[in-house]
Design a protein around this ligand. Structure first.
Ligand SMILES: [Zn+2]
Ligand SMILES: [Zn+2]
Length: 207
């Protein structure tokens, strides 16, 4: 059995998630407010094994450094977003009023890698478009979709590393891969099934 806890952090209302399974915990997209995330973490049994970023925008990575200090968890990101982690001009950190501590990843991810958290196996699906190294983390029953897919919309593609053509291709791939009953844990906004996203999200109904 596993447990997903959503923590909304920062002014951009990022969905940070704690995935707990059999005494392992993954922290997914810790954008801001590391102390708030750490408080929730301490309420769970188990240890933080990984910090996983669905992509390297500041609202998904901003608490990496502090949470790594607190937990010693390894930071994982897709290899095509690795450079952005420490470049405020590309990870949008320069939009913030004050600089934020940044660090490199401990391990780089590739398409079809499997990340084990207790009994759960998260498969890395490369879904470029919002950034070049955006990923979804997919199991048989749920998927973390970052800013590639929200329930009723998608992430912006007008930043330097974005591509509308690529994100539409990534959405077509998700449609082939995900069944309607899969629970979607997006990077922002409400949660819902993939079936609900197909009803509400115009970008899943193009062509
Ligand atoms: Zn983003
Ligand atoms: Zn975001």
């Amino acid at each position: 059995m596993s447990n997903v806890i959503r923590i909304v952090v920062g002014e951009m209302a990022t969905n940070c998630y704690l995935l707990e399974s059999n005494n392992d915990i993954a922290i997914i997209d810790p954008g801001f407010e590391p102390e708030k995330i750490y408080q929730k973490l301490k309420e769970l049994k188990g240890l933080a094994k990984y910090i996983i970023n669905t992509h390297a925008h500041i609202d998904h990575i901003g608490a990496n450094v502090r949470l790594k200090e607190l937990t010693n968890a390894k930071i994982l990101i897709h290899h095509r977003d690795a450079e952005l982690l420490t470049q405020p001009s590309r990870n949008l950190g320069f939009f913030l009023g004050e600089p934020i501590a940044l660090c490199k990843a401990d391990q780089l991810l590739h398409e079809h890698d499997i990340i084990e958290i207790g009994d759960e196996k998260l498969e890395v699906i490369h879904t470029p478009g919002h950034t070049k190294g955006s990923i979804c983390l997919v199991t048989k029953t749920f998927a973390f979709t970052g800013d590639t897919l929200f329930i009723d919309s998608i992430g912006r593609t007008d930043f330097p590393d974005g591509s509308e053509r690529e994100i539409l291709g990534s959405l077509r791939r998700l449609k082939e891969l995900l069944t309607d009953n899969i629970a979607i844990y997006p990077g922002h906004g409400e949660l819902g099934s993939f079936g609900k996203a197909k009803e509400l999200n115009p970008f899943l109904n193009l062509e």
